[in-house]
Ligand binder design. Structure first.
Ligand SMILES: Cc1cc2nc3c(=O)[nH]c(=O)nc-3n(C[C@H](O)[C@H](O)[C@H](O)COP(=O)(O)OP(=O)(O)OC[C@H]3O[C@@H](n4cnc5c(N)ncnc54)[C@H](O)[C@@H]3O)c2cc1C
Length: 402
């Protein structure tokens, strides 16, 4: 009689995640500590990721990508984040940018950008946040005003732009109709181009300055920057979808993209939690206290049990949100749940791992110290846990209206 089998992944998903896991074990884990310590962009790792095609995972094959679905992408992100969440940060905003283009871009915009995005030659950033605005996107101040020459002039300051310096494209939300009521109907997504790694842009991209990187407690290596738009000119064909179709449609487009962004952050939470579990399992069997490995103490075993259980749950919710989106079913509620449970699981598992390491967890000699500084970011990016609860609560009531 055939052995009963249970397949969590398709053969293709298994093959690609195994390939990425090997890459993480060989290239990312041995080097992450140094890059983190120096807060240095991991250029050689990013170059290898380009060769592996990891910048084009979800971009259709006709544009040179792999044409894989969100579910497989999330599996890859989990593996990368198991190595170092900064690496997944390099691809995350790029993935959101390509999603925006694939879903809302004009044919000309897709032809212009997607092939170079698939190879990683061009990287994308995604910019909503401003110094005085994060959760409350409708309080956006950055303005876009149409000039007599037909171009749009952008003025304003953006904050916390991941890949803000190294990117070539910034998908930027700006207020294009200051009188719109409600305010979200007056916002447009502009595809703003810039010189990668240049602080001062000149020529056709003059008017965009990238101030020095924001110094952070973790999530090192990948740049988080402000962006200052001061008289930056954007031609109307760089409105996402084209001027006719895209003007004043930016809020909905960006919110749609945030839904996949949330699933992506959820996968990162699962990945960092998985790494914390691996480290905790190893250390707890090596370290002895009271005459036996600490893993033999029930209090430690309970921690390990809780970690493993929470990770399984977070992974499954994340997968469900991805599979619904791939099936074309509305998944905003599930994406919010996945982001909430997985980011909190990431933080909790890293803290348990830290506790299991005792004093050594506080030492820079041990990997968990980096995880401890990295994990909290996931509670904030793509909407805080409070905002996820607001989304979940609202959607629940909509779906179960009496
Ligand atoms: C390292 C890093 C990278 C980032 N990358 C990007 C990026 O690439 N692009 C981008 O656009 N943004 C990015 N962000 C910004 C991020 O999305 C915001 O920080 C996040 O949305 C929260 O906004 P805020 O920081 O302004 O907090 P606020 O909105 O000011 O919130 C502060 C606190 O109030 C709570 N709060 C707010 N409103 C409510 C409410 N109605 N009810 C209950 N509680 C509430 C929040 O949950 C939070 O606890 C990044 C942030 C960081 C730290």
């Amino acid at each position: 009689m055939a052995e009963p089998t249970y397949q969590e992944m398709t053969d293709d998903q298994k093959a690609i995640t195994e390939m990425v896991r090997q890459f993480v074990d060989e290239q990312i884990l041995p080097n992450a500590e140094q890059y983190d310590h120096e807060d240095k962009f991991p250029e050689p790792i990013v170059e290898q990721m380009k060769e592996l095609g990891l910048f084009g995972v979800t971009i259709p094959e006709e544009y040179g990508g792999m044409g894989l679905d969100l579910t497989t992408y999330a599996m890859i992100v989990e593996e990368l984040s198991r190595g170092w969440i900064s690496i997944s940060g390099v691809v995350n905003t790029h993935f959101i940018g390509s999603y925006l283009l694939m879903k809302f871009g004009s044919d000309e915009q897709k032809q212009t950008y997607l092939p170079r995005m698939a190879t990683g030659e061009v990287r994308a950033a995604f910019s909503l946040s401003e110094p005085e605005m994060g959760s409350d996107v409708q309080a956006l101040k950055t303005s876009a005003k149409k000039d007599d020459d037909g171009n749009w002039e952008i003025n304003g300051q953006k904050m916390w732009v991941t890949n803000g310096l190294g990117s070539t494209l910034v998908f930027l939300l700006a207020k294009s109709d200051p009188d719109a009521d409600p305010r979200y109907r007056g916002m447009t997504c502009f595809i703003t181009e810039k010189e990668p790694w240049a602080h001062e842009n000149t020529g056709e991209w003059a008017g965009l300055t990238v101030p020095p990187q924001i110094k952070k407690m973790g999530y090192k290596g990948v740049e988080s920057t402000e962006l200052v738009y001061d008289g930056y000119k954007c031609s109307p064909d760089r409105i996402l979808g084209g001027e006719e179709a895209g003007l004043n449609k930016g809020f909905g487009q960006m919110m749609d993209a945030l839904e996949v962004g949330r699933v992506n952050v959820a996968a990162r939470g699962v990945g960092i939690a998985q790494r914390a579990l691996e480290l905790a399992l190893r250390y707890s069997q090596e370290r002895k206290a009271f005459g036996k490995p600490i893993a033999q103490h029930q209090a430690i075993q309970f921690k390990l049990a809780d970690m493993a259980t929470k990770i399984e749950a977070a992974r499954l919710v994340t997968r469900k949100a991805c599979m619904m989106k791939d099936a074309g079913i509305r998944s905003d509620l599930e994406a919010g749940m996945a982001k909430l449970i997985a980011s909190e699981t990431g933080k909790e598992c890293v803290e348990d791992c830290f506790r299991i390491h005792g004093g050594y967890g506080y030492s820079k000699e041990y990997e968990v110290e980096r995880l401890y500084r990295d994990a909290p970011l996931l509670l904030i990016g793509e909407g805080t846990s409070e905002i996820q609860r607001m989304v979940i609560g609202k959607k629940l009531l909509e779906r179960h209206k009496i």
